[in-house]
Design a protein. Sequence first.
Length: 557
Amino acid sequence: MNRTNFISKSFLILLIISMVSTAEAELEIKLVLQLTVDGLRTDLLNRSLQHHGNSGFQYLLKKGTFYTNAHYQHANTETIVGHTTLATGAFPSVHGMIGNVWFDREAGELSYNIEDPKHPLIPSRESAIKGEQVDPAQKLSRTQGRSPSAILAPTFSDGLAAYYGGRSKIFGVSGKDRGAVPMAGQVGKAFWFSTDTGDFVTSTYYYDAYPDWVQKWNSQLKADQYAGSSWELLEDPSTYLLYAQDDRPYEADLRGFGRVFPHNFAQSGNKIFYTQLFASPVGDKLLLDFTKTLVRNEQMGKDAIPDYLSVSFSSVDTVNHFFGPSSLETEDVVRQLNRTLSELLEFIDKTVGLKHTLIVVSADHGMADMPEYMTELGYSAGRLDPDEIVTIANKAGKQFGIDEIVRFFYRPYLYLDDKKITAVKADRSEVELAIAKVLTDLDGIALAVPSSNLSARQTNPLLEYVSRNFHASRSGDIYIIQEPYWFLFEKGPVAAMHGSPWRYDTHVPIIFAGPGIKAQKVHRLVHPVDVAPTMAAFLGMSPPGSSQGSLLIEVLQ
Ligand SMILES: [Zn+2]
C-alpha cells in the first residue's frame, strides 16, 4: 500500500468510526417519557386527528409507530387496572390491581386500590377547604394516605432503577393519584392533583416534606387563576362533528358548570371548583405546568443515565364521564389536549432533545357511550340497579336456606358470605352457579359467572378476561358482565362509564416514538401488556419481573 492510499484508507476508517459513534450518541436515550391519556379510546383520537395540524399526536404519528388495534385483555377496564398493566406488563391477576375498589374480606370493608393509611398525605397548605368528591371510587377511600404497597408486581420504572444502579430519576405525575402512583412503581416518586386544594400533592411514602420547588409551585395558586373564567371551544364551532348536539338532557351538570358551552368555572372557595377544572382542559394544562417545573428542577434527562417520567392526563376521562364520549365537550378536550401535548413535546425538545427521548403513549381504558344516548339512537341499552342485583342474588340464596347471602356488591364483583355458606354445609360451587344463573337471566346482564371456577373458559373467550382479572383474596365470588351499552350503576353525578370487557372499553392507542423508530401504522392485534417489556427491550433491559406481554417487534426493528 502506498502512502497516499494508506492515508486515505485511514481517513475513511476514522470517518466511519466517527459516523458510527455519532449515530450511537444520537441513539442515546436520556429520558423515557411515558404518556397515558386516561380514557382515550382509540377512535376518540382518530376523530380529532385531522384538526391537529402537524403538532402533538400528529407529530408522534409522523415520527413513530402507531398501533391502531391495541386491546386490553382483562375484564374490569378501570383506571388503576389499566395503568398498572401498562406499568408492569402483567395482568391484574398477577399485579393485584383488580379494580379501583375491592372488598377486603378480612377487614370487612372496601379498599381503594392504592390507599395506604400508613402513608398519609403531606398537607400542602393550612386552611384547605374540603372539596366535594364526585369520583365514585375516590369517594370510597377512608383516608388520603397513598402508596404503591398493594401493587404486587415490579414496574418498568422499578427495573430501570435496578439496571442503572439507582441512578435514574423516576417520577410519575397525574391529575389522579391512581394515574401517578402505579407508574412511579415502588422506587420512584409520585405527585397528583388534589381537588381539595388545587395543589399537586404526595404522601409520606415518597417524601417527609414537599421539595422547595413543589411548595413554590403550590404557593403560586395556579389553579385559582381560573376562578370565574370559563371553558370555551378551542376552534370555530363549525369545525366540530358534534356541534349540533351540545345540549343533551343526560349529560351531567357539575353545579352550574352547565351542559353547554361556555362552561363557567365557580369561584375559588367553592367546593366543586377544582373538580370543574379537572373536568375541563384546564386539568391537563395545570399538569403540563407542574411537569415542566418538575423537569427543570429535578434536572431530568441531563446526563447519560436515562430518567423516567410518566405523565398521565386525566381531563379526557373526566369529561367523558360527565358529558359522554360522543359529546362536543369530549371532542374539544381532545383537541385541547393535543395543544397541551405539543407544548410538552416542544419543551422536552428544548430541555432534553427529542432525539434523546423515547416517547410511549397509551391509555388506561376506553369509554362507553351513555345508555340514554344509545337508546335515543335506537339501540337497546339501560342501567342496572345495584340494589336490585343484590335482592335477586339474596333471593337465590334462600333456596340453600341462607338469608342475605350477599356480603357485598361493588361492580363488577359480588362477594358472598362464606360463613353462612359453611354454616348450612352447602356446596359452595353449587351456590355460586345458582346465583350466577339467575343473574345471567336478568335483562342487561350478558353473563354472570363464578370468578374462580372458569372451567368453561375454552368455550367462551370472555371468561379468559374474567380469569385474567381474578386475584384470590381481592376478587369477589361472582363476576357480572353487563350487556353492551348497559351500565352496572345508576345515574349519579357521573353520567358515562367504562369498565366492561367490550371493545369500546378495551380499545386504546399505543404509540412509540424516538430515535430509530420507524413512522408506520400497525394494524395487527396487540395488547397493553406488551408496552412495558417493549420499553425495557428498547433500552436493552430484561422485561419487568412479572411481565406477561410480548415484544412489539416493529418498534425494535
Ligand atoms: Zn381511567
